[in-house]
Every structure is written in C-alpha cells, then in structure tokens.
Design a protein around this ligand. Structure first.
Ligand code: NDP
Ligand code: MG
Length: 413
C-alpha cells in the first residue's frame, strides 16, 4: 500500500528554516503536500513560495502585505486563500486539514501558533526555540494531553533525539542517560578578546562561520546566548536538569551533539552544517528520506577540535544556565530581555556587551516581581510583556552613550 500523503504547514516559511523545509518537502511530492505557508510581512517572498509550492492558504500577519499578496495571486491566477492577522497563524496551525506543522517563526511570536498546533495534536516540528524557553513546561504538558508528537529541529536537539533509543518520545525522561552534551561552534567571536567583542558591529555579529541563519539567531550565536537558550530547550524537551547538561565548543560544527550513557558510551550524530539534515529527519520520521545534503569526507576534515566555553567573554551562556537553575519565570524573563536587547543591538542603540548587562538586570528585577506566577499561558504572556516594557523603559541606562559616560567617569575617578 502506498504511504499516505501528509499535509504540511510551515510557520515562518520565508525564513531560513522555512525555506530549507520547503526545499526538502519539494523533494517528496508523493509524501508531502503543502497546505499552508505563513510569514510576518514579506509579501514578495511569500508570493515566490506560493508560485513554487501551491499552498491552499497563505498567511501574512501584516494587513497591507496580505492585500498586496492577494492582488498578486489573483493577477497570476494562482488559487490560494490569503488570511491576515496573528490569530490566523494559530488557525492554520490547528486546522483539520493539517497533519504536520513546522514551527519556524523567530522569537516569542511563535508561542501561540506552536501551542495551537500542539493542543490540536499535530505532529509538531519545533525549530522556534524561544517558545520552549518561555513556556516549555506548558508546551510539553499540552503535548502529553493531546498526544501531539514533538520532534526537535534545532540541530543539537535533533542530534540528541537521533542518539536516543528508537522508541524514545520527547517529554519522557531518557533511560540510562548520564549527560546530554550540546556542541557549539563558538560563533564569529570565538577567538576575539573581550575588548574586540565589546566593539563588535552588527555586521560582524551576523557573519556566522559555519551556518547561514536569520539575524536574531546569528546574534544569539555570537553572544553564545543561542547555546544558553538551547540548554533550556534541551531541559524542556528531554526532562533533564542543568546538572545533566554540558556545552562543549566544537569549531568545525560537524558533530551536532552527543548523549553520554551511564555505562560510559557516548553517541554522537554527525553531518554537514545544513539544516536540511535535521529537517528531513523529522519530516520523514520514523523513516529516512533524501534531504539534498551529501555525507562527510572525514579524511579531508582530518581532525575535530573541542574546548570549554569561556564564560567571562560570553556571559550570556552563564546567565541562561542560572535562569534554568532558578526555574519559574527566569527563562521567560531572560528570553524577552534577550529579544529586546538583540533588536536594539541590531539597530545600533546598544553595544554587544550591553546585551548581557540588560538581560541580567531584567531577570533580577523580574524575579522580584514575578517569583510566584504560575506557568500557565496567561501568566507567561504577562511576564513576557512585563520584561519587554522593563527593557524599553530602562534602555537609556544601557545605551552606548550611557556606557561611554560611565566608562569615562570610572577612568577619571
Ligand atoms: P528568520 O529570521 O530567517 O525567519 C523568521 C520567519 O518568521 C520569517 O518567515 C518571518 O516572516 C517570520 N516572522 C518573524 N516575525 C514574525 C511575527 N511576529 N509573526 C509571524 N511570523 C513572524 O529566522 P530563522 O529561520 O533563522 O529562525 C527561525 C527559528 O528557528 C528561530 O527561533 C531560530 O532560533 C530557530 N533556529 C534556526 C536555525 C537556522 O539555521 N536558521 C537553526 C536552529 C534553530 P517575514 O519574512 O515576513 O519577516
Ligand atoms: Mg542549534
């Protein structure tokens, strides 16, 4: 009997992960049909994807962009319904016609649609790590309730999943595991001094040595906050605490992560640094499909390097581990403050070093106010909004000029 056709929703279709997902899906037209594609405001990008993948529904959150897309689709006689507004993201994620949902929006904006997919029991492929950091317990609880199968796309978490027993399901505590080891490339500033890092420009921060990714995750990789968010993500997906999680710098980005078992065995997953590998794994799971990516020439690679992360030059990693240890809403506060700080860094308002300063101050202030909040959705969104307001209100304290004044006062004291 031929395998059934499954219908795919790609949230964040115009982004880096979204496009890689569609590249893999297009290689398997007998197995996957694109049901819906979504983006925030990139009407031209979504139009191009509608021409190629012929979804039944396209969503643009921005209303003017949706009008533009609708007019272009009509002019080209491409049959596709265009929806607009943030609620439409959750609507397509939970639609009866959808079987698999790829969650690839960037940031907290992905929380509600990801939750909608999980609550509707969809097979949910999670690249969008921020919702797991904000509300990991809630998402995993809802998945257990609805029976939704969660498959990790982040390359490290996908590698770990591949190194766990075949009957393992996300949310369970893995048997016989001593540690999960997340690898990190070290980012573009791995060999830079603290002074050089402090003076880094946005263009330098988004120039990742091994991976081609969206702007926000590229800055997160430069500060190592990406690895910090991934520690929290791993804790939520795999039900382990921070004592069972380690980070090792591996500049080649070929070993994507490892599982250490209690008998001393370490299992690793290797592959080229191309997101189509974990995406194909999760789209095909539990089978294996062609992804368009070749293997590795190990002899040409020659050797792999490993080193410990430097928490002095990269304080964001320590902040994230501390937030994981503190629990409650600390990860949620950390995530919101990081999103604001990264946006302000990209806009040139603050320097790279102020990202960690702003996050530390916001988590500190927020824990005083929100220590006893529940982890349900309403409280999660309220804490997220509080942290964003706090950062915007306190921004002048962290601006480049404020830091220069403080530095010159210190030198002249
Ligand atoms: P991109 O910035 O390339 O793409 C983001 C996508 O989300 C775009 O489609 C964008 O639409 C959409 N989007 C942005 N804001 C909103 C919003 N408010 N509402 C609805 N949609 C929105 O991001 P990446 O693909 O790099 O990353 C996506 C997620 O995957 C992130 O959480 C990242 O951490 C994670 N991830 C990414 C990896 C990578 O290799 N890129 C690897 C592992 C994880 P528009 O184009 O219209 O702005
Ligand atoms: Mg990753």
């Amino acid at each position: 009997m031929p395998a059934p056709m499954r219908r795919l929703v790609v949230l964040g279709a115009t982004g880096s992960v979204g496009r890689s997902t569609l590249d893999v899906a297009a290689r398997h037209p007998q197995r996957l049909q694109v049901f819906a594609l979504t983006a925030a405001r990139d009407a031209d990008g979504l139009l191009e994807l509608c021409r190629l993948h012929k979804p039944s529904i396209a969503v643009l959150v921005d209303e003017a962009a949706a009008l533009k897309l609708r007019a272009a689709l009509t002019a080209e006689e491409i049959p596709c319904e265009v929806l607009t507004g943030a609620a439409a993201l959750s609507e397509v994620a939970a639609a009866g016609e959808a079987d698999i949902v790829m969650s690839a929006i960037v940031g907290a904006a992905g929380l509600l649609p990801t939750l909608a997919a999980v609550r509707a029991g969809k097979q949910t492929l999670i690249a969008n790590k921020e919702p797991l950091v904000m509300a990991g317990r809630l998402l995993m609880r809802e998945a257990a309730r609805s029976g939704a199968c969660i498959l990790p796309i982040d390359s490290e978490h996908n590698a770990i999943f591949q190194c766990l027993p075949p009957d393992y399901r996300c949310g369970e505590s893995p048997r016989g595991v001593r540690k999960l080891l997340l690898t990190a490339s070290g980012g573009p500033f791995r060999e830079w001094s603290a002074e050089q890092i402090a003076a880094a420009t946005p263009a330098e921060a988004v120039r990742h040595p091994n991976w081609s990714m969206g702007q926000k995750i590229s800055v997160d990789s430069a500060t190592l906050m990406n690895k910090g968010l991934e520690l929290i993500e791993a804790s939520m997906l795999y039900g382990v605490d921070d004592t069972q999680l380690d980070v090792v710098i591996h500049p080649e980005s070929v070993i994507h992560s490892l599982v250490e078992y209690v008998d001393g065995s370490l299992l690793a997953q290797l592959g080229q640094p191309d997101m189509r590998v974990p995406i194909a794994h999760a789209l095909a799971w539990p089978e294996r499909w062609e992804s368009g990516v070749g293997g590795l020439d190990l002899a040409a690679l020659g050797r792999f390097r490993f080193e410990s992360p430097d928490l002095e030059r990269f304080p964001c990693l320590g902040l994230a581990r501390a937030a994981l240890r503190a629990g409650g809403h600390a990860p949620n506060l950390l995530n919101a403050a990081n999103e604001i700080a990264v946006e302000r860094f990209l806009n040139g308002h603050i320097g790279l070093s102020q990202i960690a300063q702003m996050i530390a101050a916001c988590v500190d202030a927020g824990l005083g106010v929100h220590a006893l909040q529940s982890d349900e959705l309403e409280a999660t969104l309220a804490v997220d909004a509080w942290a964003r307001d706090w950062c915007l209100r306190e921004l002048p304290r962290f601006s480049k000029t404020a830091t220069l004044h403080a530095e010159s006062a210190r030198l002249h004291a």
